[in-house]
Every structure is written in structure tokens, then in C-alpha cells.
Design a binder for this molecule. Structure first.
Ligand SMILES: C[S@@+](CC[C@H](N)C(=O)[O-])C[C@H]1O[C@@H](n2cnc3c(N)ncnc32)[C@H](O)[C@@H]1O
Length: 240
């Protein structure tokens, strides 16, 4: 029998608590022939290779336009529409689901978009290690997994340390736009944001705002509507 001392156990527990709980579970998902081609041929053009050094955003987009990061773009339908509507803004789109990445690559090609780049990695790790302080003009997180069961709440992306990380990476005046169809998650987000002190809510009553014109409908939003869920757009400005 292995005898684990109290000190060893304490140090294991500390390691455990430092380990980052991921906000996603990688789904296998089948790739269409078009998505396979896109991942082979288009990824080298629009994908950001995994590495550990910080990203040079000006070099990646070949200009110094404001950079908006979208976290968890799903199939990218909202992403390509936002990018097409705002050619003067750069979109750094982050997702881990391969078929969704393939789908967005095809849309980038179809619409000839020059202002979208895709990172295929955990957005938390990307932010921590590869995004320099105060370089993001905006962050969009549409319909993040709500993890409704209490025992899964620790997987929710929106938590105080994550919001502190975003605050560090966002420029003063930058806009953080979240949307969810899960009311208890919207309440949780409002509480975390209220306690952060780094952001101010656009809504005069401190709640949700009407859907801003810049957000196209997303796949998960449509699913939520079919299920009779509401939609809560939460918009904040990075202060100071
Ligand atoms: C519920 S879906 C919503 C997708 C899309 N925004 C929409 O509204 O249709 C959430 C997405 O976020 C992605 N995701 C969750 N946590 C992530 C993380 N830490 N980094 C990158 N993507 C993440 C998941 O893979 C999933 O595709």
C-alpha cells in the first residue's frame, strides 16, 4: 500500500486547485468534406498556430485596427457576419470544436474576409499566455455553455478570476458583450461583473440591454428560442 503523508496530500490538493477547470468538453463531431478541405487548405491562411509566445496582433492582421476577441464562436455564423459588417475591425475568433472551425473557414473564403483569424485552443490559456496586457478593444462571448447543474458550476467560463483576466487584457473603454439564454447564468454573470469593479454595465438598471445591432443571431440562440428560453444581452465597458 502506498503511504501518502499529510504534507504530500496537501501539496497534491494545492496542485489540484491550481489546475484549470475547462469550460468545455471536446466533442468529436463529424467533419464534412468541405470542412476537411477547409482545415487542410484554409487553416494555414487564417489559423493561428499553437505556440507559447505572445501574439503580435499587428503582424497577424497586417494592420493596427482594433481587435475584438470572440470566445466560443460555435459554427462562426455570427462571427463572419460581424466581420463582414465591420471591415475596419479585426476579429480574433477562438473555438475548440473542429467542425465549427471548418465552417467558419469556409465562410471566410466565401465572403473574402481579410479581418478574421482563428485560434483553436482554450481561450483561457490563450488569454493567459499569448495576449498582451491592454491589447483587446472588445470581447464577445455569445451563449457560453451554461453548465446548469450545481456540481458543474465550476466549469462556467464566467468566474471572478476569468473576468479579472479579461480586465487585464482589455483596453480602457473596451466593450465586453455577453449573451445567454439561461436566466440563472445571466444572474450569475451580473453578480460577478458587479463585484469586479473593472467594468460598468450599459443597462441603466444594472441588468440586460436590448440586443445590440452588431450581434447577429447565433445557432445556440435559435435553439434557446425553440426551447422557449429568453435572451439576455449583457454589455459592459472596461473602466480605467
Ligand atoms: C453553447 S456553444 C455557443 C456557440 C456559439 N457562440 C453560438 O451562440 O452558437 C459554446 C461554445 O464555446 C466553446 N468553448 C467553451 N469554452 C471555451 C474555451 N475555454 N475556449 C474556447 N472555446 C470554448 C465550445 O466549444 C462551444 O462551441
Amino acid at each position: 500500500m502506498v503511504n501518502v503523508s499529510t504534507e504530500q496530500q496537501k501539496s497534491r490538493n494545492a496542485d489540484e486547485s491550481r489546475r484549470h477547470v475547462r469550460s468545455f468538453v471536446l466533442r468529436a463531431g463529424r467533419l464534412t468534406e468541405g470542412q476537411k478541405r477547409a482545415l487542410n487548405e484554409l487553416w494555414p491562411l487564417y489559423g493561428i498556430a499553437e505556440a507559447s509566445e505572445p501574439l503580435d496582433l499587428k503582424a497577424i492582421f497586417s494592420n493596427d485596427h482594433p481587435v475584438i476577441m470572440e470566445i466560443g464562436f460555435g459554427n462562426g455564423e455570427a462571427t463572419w457576419q460581424m466581420a463582414a459588417a465591420r471591415p475596419d475591425e479585426n476579429f480574433l475568433a477562438v473555438e475548440v470544436h473542429k467542425p465549427g472551425i471548418g465552417h467558419l473557414l469556409l465562410k471566410i473564403e466565401e465572403h473574402g474576409l481579410a479581418n478574421v483569424r482563428i485560434a483553436r485552443e482554450d481561450a483561457v490559456e490563450l488569454l493567459r499566455h499569448r495576449i498582451l496586457s491592454r491589447t483587446l478593444a472588445g470581447v464577445r462571448i455569445y451563449f457560453p455553455d451554461p453548465w446548469p447543474k450545481k456540481r458543474h458550476h465550476k466549469r462556467r467560463l464566467i468566474q471572478p478570476p476569468f473576468i479579472a483576466l479579461l480586465a487585464e487584457k482589455m483596453q480602457s473603454g473596451g466593450i465586453l458583450h455577453l449573451a445567454t439564454d439561461w436566466e440563472p447564468y445571466s444572474e450569475h454573470i451580473l453578480e460577478v461583473m458587479h463585484n469586479s469593479g473593472d467594468f460598468e454595465n450599459f443597462a441603466p438598471d444594472g441588468g440586460a440591454v436590448p440586443k445590440p445591432e452588431w450581434r447577429p443571431a447565433t445557432k445556440y440562440e435559435k435553439r434557446g428560442e425553440r426551447l422557449g428560453h429568453g435572451v439576455f444581452d449583457l454589455v459592459f465597458r472596461r473602466i480605467a
